[in-house]
Design a protein around this ligand. Structure first.
Ligand code: HEM
Length: 416
């Protein structure tokens, strides 16, 4: 048994901050404050009876993310300690993919993914995004009202990803449903994971039989010679890692823009780039709020805390951004105040440039098609979906002048 020196804080008997509670989604900052009150690393629960260390300090986060000798991304030791029906397993259980691997296996998967995503040229991605926006704007335009989460951000991501992964638009609802349930980590998480897995299995089997000009076919053909099963797991990862967080980044950014009339009018005038709003979201409402998950290879003390093995160490990108917000507002130097929303170190998000292009293009294009979007609710009355991992709007209702767009509206149009 490991002896824990008395000068180090050992959380095992402290009351955890319950990130699974109903109160977390409407007011995450209260929970981050409680975690921060415990020091750079706090003690939380991701689900009832599933404890985790949560890092709320930038230096401590980087120390963990950059130290692959001390910290692993492989959850299998932890998995043995949780009930097989735990709702967080859908998001956290081991699979042979880049995210849950270390060392040579990680390098092989990650390099292959980067190679195939690098073949997606910016102008090609832009074209796919424009096509999807046109389709959705054509669908909602005549109605004069819409929920930008259900009618725009989520279907847009399903359309763009299905397009990149070589599936027809008609399949996008299945993707939406399975992933949504899994990400909430609630009672339907297991069902969602099963639906999503079935979707991916069918997709890769179809591409193995009849390759096309799409991401799964390129993964199958890559000289790294991933097996069909390995490709299936990389597709499972990239669709999951891509769909929900990007849809949420899109909705959260739209809500910030629409919630601020001055911002929105300058935006449609072209004076303030959409990218500014995206960066604001990455600081203040980052979509992957608590999901950089590491495991100590053996008990280790950092920043005054003992971290046991087989207990998740979660980097709270949400809490880190909140700290940045206060730090800057307090008038002090912002030198340490930038967000870490793409992660850091060897597992950092490999496609952040693609994502930034996708989100900014989608918003710019939407506001050209429908230039007078008007939020139905003030921002403080918007509801957020439950779950410890994400920051995800339930709905973003808007009104606008009904339009049957044959072409985008005059881009100089501003809100009246
Ligand atoms: C099409 C969209 C996206 C795709 C395909 C994608 C893909 C990936 C992949 C494959 C990884 C694992 C890399 C590795 O382990 O080596 C990853 C990690 C990560 N991604 Fe993305 N991602 C997307 C969007 C986003 C968005 C919108 C965010 C948040 C703003 C995000 C944040 C992250 C973070 C924080 C990690 C590291 C997680 C960790 O350390 O455990 N990603 N992403």
């Amino acid at each position: 048994m490991t002896a824990y020196p008395p000068d180090r804080h050992d959380f095992s008997r402290s009351a955890p901050v319950r990130l699974w509670e109903d109160g977390f989604a409407p007011d995450p900052h209260r929970y981050y404050d409680a975690l921060r009150a415990q020091g750079p690393i706090g003690w939380a629960e991701l689900a009832p009876g599933v404890p985790a260390y949560v890092i709320t300090d930038r230096r401590a986060a980087l120390d963990v993310m950059h130290d692959t000798r001390t910290f692993s991304h492989d959850p299998r030791g932890w998995e043995e300690t949780v009930p097989p029906d735990s709702p967080v397993l859908g998001m956290m259980r081991w699979r042979p993919n880049a995210l849950f691997s270390d060392g040579a296996a990680h390098l092989r998967y990650r390099t292959t993914l980067i190679d195939v995503f690098d073949l997606v040229e910016p102008h090609d991605l832009r074209g796919r995004v424009h096509r999807a926006v046109r389709l959705l704007a054509g669908r909602i335009g005549p109605r004069g009202e819409a929920d930008l989460v259900a009618d725009f951000s989520r279907p847009l991501m399903a359309l763009v990803l299905n397009d990149l992964f070589g599936l027809p638009d008609s399949q996008s609802d299945r993707l939406n449903e399975g992933l949504g349930k899994m990400m909430e980590g609630g009672a339907q998480a297991v069902e969602g994971e099963t639906q999503f897995a079935q979707y991916v299995l069918e997709l890769v089997a179809a591409k193995a039989e009849r390759p096309g000009d799409d991401l799964p076919s390129r993964l199958l053909a890559h000289p790294a010679e991933l097996t069909c099963e390995e490709v299936t797991w990389q597709v499972f990862l990239t669709l999951g890692a891509g769909y929900e967080p990007t849809a949420n980044l899109l909705s959260n950014t739209l809500s910030r823009i629409l919630g601020n009339p001055l911002y929105y009018s300058t935006l449609t005038n072209g004076a303030r780039p959409v990218m500014d709003a995206v960066v604001e979201v990455l600081h203040h409402e980052t979509p992957l709020a608590n999901y950089g998950t590491y495991y100590a290879r053996e008990p280790v003390a950092i920043h005054g805390v003992w971290l046991r093995e087989a207990v998740p160490i979660v980097v709270s990108y949400g809490a880190l951004g909140q700290f940045a917000e206060r730090y800057v507002t307090g008038g002090r130097s912002p030198k340490d105040a930038s967000h870490l929303s793409w992660g850091a170190g060897s597992h950092a998000c490999p496609v952040k440039q693609h994502v930034l292009l996708l989100v900014t293009e989608a918003i710019e294009r939407l506001t050209q098609w429908l230039p007078d979007l008007d939020p139905v609710l003030p921002r403080e009355r918007l509801a957020w979906r439950p779950g410890p991992f994400h920051r995800s709007l339930s709905a973003l209702p808007v009104r606008f002048s009904p339009r049957s767009p044959a072409s985008p509206a005059d881009p100089s149009g501003v809100r009246t």
